[in-house]
Design a protein around this ligand. Sequence first.
Ligand code: SF4
Length: 380
Amino acid sequence: MAERVIPIVDQRAAVLAPDSLALAGLPAASGTLLDTRGRPLRDLRISVTDRCNFRCSYCMPKEVFDKHYRYLPHGDLLSFEEITRLARLFLAHGVRKIRLTGGEPLLRKDLERLVAQLSALRTVEGRAPDLTLTTNGSLLARKARALKDAGLSRVTVSLDSLQDEVFRRMNDMDFPVGEVLAGIEAARAAGLAHIKVNMVVKRGTNDHEILPMARHFRGTGITLRFIEYMDVGATNGWRMDEVLPSAQVIERLQAELPLVPLAATSPGETARRWGYAGPDGRHDPALGEVGVISSVTQAFCGDCNRARLSMEGRLYLCLFATQGWDLRSLLRGGAGDAQVEAALAGIWGQRSDRYSELRASLPADTGGAARRIEMSYIGG
Ligand code: SF4
């Protein structure tokens, strides 16, 4: 069998050097930056590490991410100060929400120090950014209090099954589900609001867990979201027949737990919201809500307002991007704030990405699957 080599360092970054930038004509930060499809930049996802302590087959399969895998050396990662500086400049362009991801972000040492720095920043409206974090939950019980004290507002926990045996198999590290549930409880006890649980549904693997998961979190104040299994990266061997469309997830839920559709809370929201109905057939807020993220069957590129920053400072404009923009060389090359702001404006201003809308029409060999960036590199 041919050896499969997955480069840890994405070499396909467009190089940006301060003196190579054509700054003339690029707008100074005004709080609103539109791409070629009129989509504003609002949401910044920052990956802080390429490491994870799980080996979920759809994200970091063990056959690829084994003991020979070479992770980035620490000096290649953006420092907390570099991340904070970039975040400040993104906020000046209109970003309101910052999500920390990985890999597993809680593996980055002293992450609460970064959280404190980011929570001290302000949006153009003068408010603290909506600062959240996506985690596998394995270290949350230990870290929740410190993260909350540092200024984290919310947390999203990835959890694909409540059955210990299934969960251990899916994370492929024999990690018990009880510790993740304890982490969720710790987050709640620490006062982190709007806790969300993300479940990637893979037909034939964990779709029998849809109802047990819903029953478990209904009425707890925690929002469960079902995510269609996606063709992210090049290593997960994605197949369309393993995708369970969100419409079928809702049907299965409705058979036992009546739901009513809810309005979106903000433009660009990835999840469609459904509220649990009470005996009168109307949404009962005490029972809470679920969300479905139909990334495969119902593309939401039309109002996608997300940019992704990798741990080594590459900026990606789409989860399915095949090339990033090297902001680190700009920072370490001595660029001033105005130059970095202009670069961000130039990069976002030429964005036209809409992979999910095009997926079905792309011939199999032109979707760029072999060249796509791994989710563990830019976060989900
Ligand atoms: S495919 Fe790309 S552009 Fe479309 S919603 Fe996902 S990240 Fe946004």
